[in-house]
Each structure stands twice: as C-alpha cells, then as structure tokens.
Design a protein around this ligand. Structure first.
Ligand code: PMP
Ligand code: GLN
Length: 385
C-alpha cells in the first residue's frame, strides 16, 4: 500500500510533549525542568552492581519474566512496604520500564470495543495503549485545583463495556495522592462486576509529610483484580535504564506474560542483577527516598515564593505545579514555549494530559528532581518574570 494511503492506528498521536520540550530546552540552552528525570547520578553501589554483572557475564537473555533473584527482592520489598507478598513465580513480571508494563496489561485484557476509564489529567501513554488494543478511553476529569477524583462521576461513566479503570498515585502531573477512602471507593465501584484495575505507582516511594502510599496491593479486594505497575527509573534515579515491573494475581499475570514475551521477551539482564542486589542490601535507599525529595520540594517551594508563580500543594512525586496567571494570560502550551525561548526555563504544559483541558487553566509542571544548582539557576530566571 502506498504510504500516502496508510491509515494511522494512532491518528491523534504526535511527538510527546516531553520530547518536544526537551528539544526546545536544548535548542535554547534553557534550564530543563520539563521532562521528568533526575540530573544527578544513581546510587554508586547500583552503578557498580551493573558493571559487576556485565563483567560476571550476565549479558545474555534473562528469564523472560525476570531473574528469580530480582522477583524475590521485589516480593520482599512489597511485603515489607504493603504487608502483602506477591507470588514470586506467578505474580511478578519484570518489564522494560513501567511503559512496557502498561502497554502489556492493556493489550492483555482490553478487547476491541471495550472501554477503559482514565482520570484526566492522565499520563500520556495510557490512551495510545488503549487505542492500539481497539478500546476507547473514557475520560473522567479530576478536580482542576486539588486533582481529587470524583468517584460518583467515575461510577456514572461505567457501562457494560467498561473493562478497566486506570489510576495513578502519586499522580503525574499533579503530585496528588489517593487516600484510604479513595481506595475503599474504588473497591466499592468494582465490587460485583468484572472491571479490572491498573494502578500506576511509579512514584510509590516519593511521598511527603508522613503520608502513606495507598498501594492497591494493600487491599485484598483490589489486588485480586489489579495490575500494579512500578518503575526502578524513579526509585533509583536511572530513568534511562528502563526497568520496571508488574505485580498481578497469577491469572492476570499469565495473560500479561503472553504479551510481554512477544513484546520484549525479557528486560536488560545486567540491570536486573544490579537491582536485585541493591534492593536486598540497601532498603534504606527506598525508605529514605521520600525525605530526600521532600527536602528538594521544600527548598524549591520556598524559592518559588520569590517569584510570581503560585505553587500548588505537592503530596508526592517529583513535580511542582504552578499557577502562572499572575505572569501571563497565554494558554499553557504557548506559555511554556515562551518561558523556554524567552526566559530559558523549560516546563511542561498540562493540556496534553487531558482529552478536554479545563477552560482557562493556567498551570505548568516543573520537575524538582534536580540538583540544587539546577534549581537555583531556574529560580534566578523565574524571579525576572
Ligand atoms: N507512569 C507515570 C505516571 C510516569 O510518570 C512514567 C514516567 N515518568 C511512567 C509511567 C513510565 O515509566 P518508565 O520510564 O519506567 O517507562
Ligand atoms: N515520565 C516522564 C515525565 O512525566 C517522561 C517520560 C518520557 O519522556 N517518556 O516527565
């Protein structure tokens, strides 16, 4: 077929806003607080572990579902954190990032014509995964200021075709977190029907002010129908290694693995060895991650008070939302472009995370997973607005 007649399976998809803003940042030598990645190194022990694994000869295909040492380490960590031990053999799959896990889970359970409920603003890879599977994303908005879910609106969006509900806590882009009442509300919504849950928990260890991360794995009624997805990229400051995992009950894991084994077959072997050792030998790293990022959040928010940007609350994750309406009335995409080109600070607009962005919303997302010198340089520029 001539390329001109090829009909796109993803007609709405262009280049992601993360790539667009990182490219613009590079072009204009802007401080990049856009795309979410740390600009400081992973723990030294992890890097050494990776090197050791390669030198020890762990360079060929791994077991498709993940090496047993890593699956055991994930089971131990999950039990320690959430009081539930997933089945090491039949309930954990190591994936090439959370992105792969999300695509696999959706492809495994969503049939053509199914509906999947997502809560807007939602992470940008959800809808394309749903559409590739032949499903339809049903968008239910979160509160535009607090980003709290409206469970009555979710209930109203359920139809006989609803197959899956996707949630994300701590939430990208807002940092909002689901609490125990939310988890009970989800359980009540899903009770008595065959709707599955996909819980995206990549920021599970980055929670602030003594809050508790409400993993779906804490709740028996939820975990028996959930794919719970996480990413070592966030926990270990190595987003480019692309290693994540999915915890799900054996019946769901079996379907998930059918996709995983033909999608990638297995994930980068040496990193699996490095993570297995790191998780087992240094639990303090993930236990102290919240405090590590809380210090960054607090310092950055304090600095933002010296600018015209109004910071919103950040319960978890590594993004600070700011309301820029005291600076500009441009829409968010134009504002973020202007801020990068004219003021040398790259951020992420919120509208690409929505099917229908709220009218008049003037919010930008700033990543504070950066060294102090990077954040200082950004603040110096933002003070001039
Ligand atoms: N979900 C959310 C909410 C994310 O923010 C990200 C990336 N930051 C991912 C999934 C994808 O994670 P990974 O890089 O491990 O594929
Ligand atoms: N998850 C990262 C963010 O939200 C971006 C990852 C990517 O560029 N695909 O910024």
């Amino acid at each position: 077929m001539p390329v001109s007649r090829l009909s796109s399976k993803l007609p709405k998809v262009g280049t992601t806003i993360f790539t667009v803003m990182s490219q613009l940042a590079a072009e204009h030598h802007a401080v990049n607080l856009g795309q979410g990645f740390p600009d400081f190194p992973p723990p030294q022990g992890l890097v050494e572990g990776l090197e050791r694994a390669m030198r020890a000869g762990h360079n060929q295909y791994a077991a498709a579902h993940g090496i047993p040492e890593l699956r055991r380490a994930i089971a131990d960590k999950t039990e320690r954190c959430y009081g539930f031990r997933p089945d090491v053999d039949a309930g954990i799959t190591v994936t090439s990032g959370a992105s792969e896990a999300i695509l696999d889970a959706v492809a495994a359970v969503v049939h053509a014509g199914d509906e999947v409920i997502v809560l807007d603003p939602c992470y940008d890879c959800y809808e394309p995964a749903i559409e590739l599977a032949g499903g339809t994303a049903v968008h239910v908005p979160l509160d535009p200021e607090t980003f709290a879910p409206d469970w009555d609106a979710v209930r109203a969006a359920i139809t006989p075709r609803t197959r899956l509900l996707m949630v994300n806590t701590p939430h990208n882009p807002s940092g909002a977190m689901l609490d125990a009442t939310d988890m009970e509300a989800i359980a009540a919504l899903l009770r008595g029907n065959d709707i599955l849950l996909l819980s995206d928990e990549v920021y599970e260890h980055i929670v602030f002010d003594g809050r508790r991360h409400e993993s779906a794995l804490r709740y028996p009624e939820l975990r028996e129908r959930a794919f719970v997805v996480s990413s070592f990229g966030k926990t270990y400051h190595c987003t480019g290694w692309k290693v994540g995992y999915c915890v799900a009950p054996p019946a769901l894991t079996a379907e998930f693995r059918k996709v995983h084994q033909y999608n990638t077959f297995c994930t980068f072997t040496p990193a699996q060895h490095a993570f297995a050792t790191m998780i087992a030998e240094d639990p303090a790293h993930y236990e102290e991650l919240g405090a590590f990022y809380q210090a960054k959040r607090d310092r950055f928010r304090e600095q933002l008070l010296g600018t015209k940007l109004r910071p919103l609350d950040v319960p978890g994750g590594y993004f600070q939302l700011v309301d820029y309406s005291a600076v500009s009335d441009l829409d968010d995409q134009e504002f973020c472009r202007w801020l990068t080109v004219e003021h040398g600070v790259a951020t992420i607009p919120l509208s690409p995370f929505y099917a229908r962005p709220p009218e008049g919303q003037r919010l930008a997302r700033l990543c504070f997973a950066k060294s102090e010198s990077t954040l200082d340089a950004a603040i110096e520029r933002l003070r001039k607005l």
